[in-house]
Design a protein around this ligand. Sequence first.
Ligand code: COA
Length: 133
Amino acid sequence: MPLENRLELPDETPMLRVVPLPSDVNQNGSVFGGWVMSQVDMAGGQTAMRRARGRVATISVDSFLFKSPLVIGDIVSFYADIVSTGKTSIKVAVSVYAERNPENPVVIKVTEALLTYVAIGLDGKKRALPPAD
Ligand SMILES: CC(C)(COP(=O)(O)OP(=O)(O)OC[C@H]1O[C@@H](n2cnc3c(N)ncnc32)[C@H](O)[C@@H]1OP(=O)(O)O)[C@@H](O)C(=O)NCCC(=O)NCCS
């Protein structure tokens, strides 16, 4: 999906909506990429946990594209969708949008990422995914 500016957020419920704080800014004045990665991992992980009906661990960050910077004042929404599953693994695509400039609102898709999670038991070892609903 191309990264584009749009006037509205996607028509689905975001897994996470967060407002970055001044402490999350880097030396360039935009939001630190590590902050974005951490929120993306949380949004993807929560989605994987629902499918796994229990604990998961992140095994791989398959791709990450920071297309536009986030700035202080943005309201940041994280949308997470399962793209495939295996025996123990769940691949989740996360799209990140910023709502900016309340006087003349604009919605910008800032980041796209793909991550893989593995269902784990209380022992921290991988376990088979339960059947899908
Ligand atoms: C998650 C963990 C329990 C998996 O155990 P493992 O023995 O390494 O698992 P495997 O190599 O058999 O792979 C398990 C699944 O992950 C998939 N996988 C393995 N390496 C992968 C990679 N590089 N990219 C995508 N998927 C991968 C496998 O295909 C398999 O999927 P499937 O069962 O659906 O076919 C273990 O790797 C682990 O504890 N890792 C650390 C997790 C962690 O701490 N994450 C936070 C990092 S800060």
